[in-house]
Design a protein around this ligand. Sequence first.
Ligand code: THU
Length: 166
Amino acid sequence: MAQPQTREWRSTLTVWSPDDLDAADRELLREAHEAASKAYAPYSLFQVGGAVCLEDGTVVRGSNQENMAYPSGMCGERVAVFAAGAQHPGAVMRAVAIVSPSPKAIADAFMPCGGCRQVLVEAERRQGQPLRVILQVRDEDVMISESAVNLMPFAFEAHGLGGQES
Ligand code: THU
């Protein structure tokens, strides 16, 4: 019987001791922790903060905002990325730091959810430049992805969905 072809996806993260990070990444993490302190997460008690660094150094923060109608809530990194898009349309997003101070968070498994990855990938595709993703739980080791698409194997891409952008 014929064997099917295979398609593989290789994804690499770097893992950093916080002390070894460069100053800019440390500062963006600090901003994300500050954002997390303003989360509204009374249902999950899982606070998430996001801080987007734009090309001119502007930082836009967001945090998760929950709702008693659970699906109406929004993840912290998506709030940050959407706020950056709304307030600075067209600006390149160089990096987004995403953190959780929650004791429930597991450092090795703290990753943007699938919906957020989809949003990060589209922001990256629109700007045509990598969007670095910097992840930290509490003050533990930091994981860095050099692009959003690195976190999104076989991402959905489409042409001709009716929008004006190609
Ligand atoms: N959450 C985020 O903010 N980002 C993610 O990528 C995963 C989950 C939030 C949503 C919800 O408010 C809480 O964490 C528990 O799922």
